[in-house]
Design a protein around this ligand. Structure first.
Ligand SMILES: [Zn+2]
Length: 125
């Protein structure tokens, strides 16, 4: 991939990483706040706050997973293998990368993955 394009995707990924890190940190703070509120609540309040905690937990898990994918893509840029499909090794379509710069697979392999015809390879880094 051309250096200029790599820089472009790198910037997209870095700004995404920044937002995700902020979001993960904020969710963790909200979670802590919800925990300390627990002791001084009646039962009805406690039910709604436990629901809120679950919601926060799910959100922070999603963010964290997403953050890992973004970091994975950034390390691929550093290694010079960014934009290659991790299954078939072909170049990932640029329009796909533009929309999903953390994509690990070309469209064909992604569709196979979604149909369960391909195994999701583990992230090494
Ligand atoms: Zn592929």
């Amino acid at each position: 991939m051309e250096r200029q394009k790599l820089e472009h995707y790198k910037k997209l990924l870095e700004s995404r990483r920044l937002h995700l890190r902020e979001s993960v940190a904020r969710t963790e703070e909200d979670g802590r706040a919800a925990q300390t509120e627990d002791s001084a609540q009646d039962i009805a309040d406690r039910a709604s706050s436990s629901y809120q905690k679950e919601f926060l937990f799910a959100r922070s898990n999603n963010d964290r997973q997403f953050l890992r994918m973004v970091e994975h893509a950034l390390s691929n840029i550093a290694e010079g293998i960014y934009g290659e499909c991790e299954s078939c090794g072909k170049e990932i379509n640029e329009r796909r990368l533009e929309a999903v710069p953390w994509a690990r697979h070309c469209i064909a392999c992604q569709e196979k993955l979604e149909r369960g015809e391909l195994e999701q390879p583990a992230m090494e880094n």
